[in-house]
Design a protein around this ligand. Structure first.
Ligand code: V47
Length: 436
């Protein structure tokens, strides 16, 4: 039941018809999605998203003790939005962990009660099928009590190619080797235009959706993401939601949606402006409203900062990722590898925001409540953690010729400017969080 104050706000924003649908639990349309992006009244969008969030998940904010392992940065996709990848040939930053080295990374945090190991890497075509199976086996043996959430659908596409088997057979092999669930990532923005301009070498939206469907039909749960804040347009983001929503209607296999706030630093597009905190909150809110059949919306603090994550818990998010330990995808590993929030910091952050923390595993089984068992041990261990990365051999893969520059793209495609631009607050705290 919406009170008088909010009724007035909703009417002033000309969103009464959308609010009525939200109240009745009716599905929002493509045009509704556009309006939610375009209205300057972000408070109303947040209010409506919070209604859905509380209807689905009450006052709870889930969080997870996890460790990220990025097993290789070698990648032949050359995505213009990415600063993580190393070219397969003659790149001094290139590394590949052996399965044993990845397992050692996991053993380094053996004293921390982690429930999820999140394993992703670049698309490295020199790795044989057996590598992926051995990687899972080694990590599972090192940490039998943790779930392994591994490989975006883009990596799966490569693994299927290396296996010369069907996706269904590959998922069965990966499950036997220790795979418990799959992360989001890889679809970026489901738009042929953005695919062509920024990540043409990756599988397209149709292939990403096909592999996600196969994963779900194999009994695996997975997540989905949207990478926003570069050259994408509003209609492309709404279309992205609609495609995910359709697949979810069909399979019910998605657990969580994670809007990923793009970091331009050290990418080929670094002269584009990064998304602001206001944009980050809108992405969380619109996702919550459009993805009515997704149980959870996650705020990934590494990308949108810890302070924005606290606010996001009132704009549609019910989940916070995570203790993390180390993350390499948006930082220069040479200077700043360790990115960790201790379990105590994470839980205190949620309590301060006025939500009830519930620790979960990747499948949302409850592990602990409130401040039960939280500590600062994660920081200590991440400081002690040795660097186990070895340089990759010369892997001999050809890169795309002629990189498009950021200014070229901006001129040609022009990022759509939304009505709120003038009210946007610069997101100066992007490196906030307890990074070491
Ligand atoms: O697919 C790459 C993105 C993704 C940048 O499922 C970038 O629980 C921002 O999918 N700035 C991988 N983002 C990470 C991912 C993820 C993260 C956290 C939780 C889960 C989950 C999944 O990272 C890639 C790409 O979309 N990415 N470069 C960048 N410069």
């Amino acid at each position: 039941m919406i009170g008088t104050f909010w009724r007035h706000q909703i009417e002033a924003a000309d969103l009464a018809d959308i609010a009525a649908k939200v109240e009745n639990g009716d599905r929002l349309s493509f045009d509704d999605g556009l309006r939610l992006y375009r209205t300057p009244q972000l408070n109303v969008v947040g209010f409506l998203a919070n209604m859905v969030r509380e209807r689905l998940n009450g006052n709870v904010a889930y969080w997870v003790r996890n460790q990220h392992v990025n097993y290789t940065n070698v990648c032949n996709k050359g995505c213009l939005f990415c600063s993580f990848y190393a070219k397969p040939k003659d790149d001094p930053r290139a590394y590949v962990m052996t399965p044993e080295q990845a397992a050692q990374k996991v053993r380094n945090y053996g004293d921390v009660p982690i429930s999820e190991v999140h394993v992703v890497g670049g698309v490295n075509p020199k790795l044989p099928y057996s590598y992926y199976l051995e990687l899972l086996h080694a990590i599972k043996a090192a940490r039998p009590d943790a779930h392994i959430k591994a490989f975006t659908m883009v990596e799966i596409d490569q693994i299927v190619r290396a296996a010369k088997k069907s996706p269904r057979e590959v998922f069965e092999d990966l499950k036997r080797a220790g795979l418990d669930a799959l992360p989001g990532g890889g679809a970026e923005v489901m738009s042929d235009r953005v695919h062509e301009d920024l990540f043409y070498a990756k599988p397209d939206a149709a292939r990403w959706l096909e592999l996600a469907r196969e994963a779900h039909l194999s009994g695996l749960k997975s997540n989905a993401t949207l990478l926003y804040g570069h050259i994408e347009q509003t209609r492309e983001k709404v279309e992205h939601f609609i495609q995910l929503r359709q697949l979810q209607d069909e399979t019910g296999g998605f657990l969580t949606f994670i809007p990923l706030s793009w970091h331009p630093e050290k990418t080929a597009l670094e002269d584009l402006k990064a998304p602001t905190g206001v944009e980050d909150l809108r992405e969380i809110a619109v996702a919550r409203l459009m993805l009515d059949n997704f149980p959870h919306i996650k705020s990934f603090w590494i990308m949108n900062t810890a302070p924005v994550t606290q606010s996001a818990l009132w704009f549609g998010a019910d989940d916070v990722d995570g203790t993390i330990m180390e993350y390499e995808i948006i930082r220069d590993p040479a200077r700043d590898r360790k990115q960790v929030l201790t379990s105590r910091a994470l839980v205190e952050m949620i309590v301060e925001a006025g939500r009830e923390p519930l620790e979960r595993d990747p499948l949302y089984n409850i592990i602990s409540r409130g401040l039960e068992g939280v500590s600062d041990v994660e920081t200590l261990l991440s400081q002690q953690n040795a660097d186990l990365i070895q340089p990759a051999a010369n892997l001999g893969i050809t890169q795309r010729e002629g990189v498009t520059t950021a200014s070229q793209l901006q001129k040609e495609k022009g990022r759509e400017i939304i009505a709120l631009e003038s009210a946007a607050i610069p997101n100066s705290g992007r490196s906030v969080g307890a990074s070491n």
